[in-house]
Design a protein. Sequence first.
Length: 129
Amino acid sequence: MVCATGNLALREDDFSRLANGAYIASVTSSDDELELSALGGLYARTPVGDHITRYARTGHYFYILADGNAVNFLHGASVGAFILLVQAEILCALAQICAGALDPGMWEVSSEVRQRIARIWLRYFCEVA
């Protein structure tokens, strides 16, 4: 299971419903995603490999990767300036929403907006005119 909500995807009661042997990974902060602090008295915690911890009690066990922290940053990976492309698109989408120009539903920014973001990014980071 990969958790990416940033909103406590798994709380204390949820862990007991996991299938035996389930592996849980997060791509956000463990504090934001998994209520691991509630498991201290319920499960025995045993490291079983690099960045893998087994949580077990009688009749039930599961594994947490990277202590519940973001596995995508486990080895110091960095998204660098590329994240600014995503953030710029989010800001443009928010501007459209705040302007009240959209009816309820699923929307995405236009290809023109994406191209404008890309041109600005390339000009700034790659010195492309």
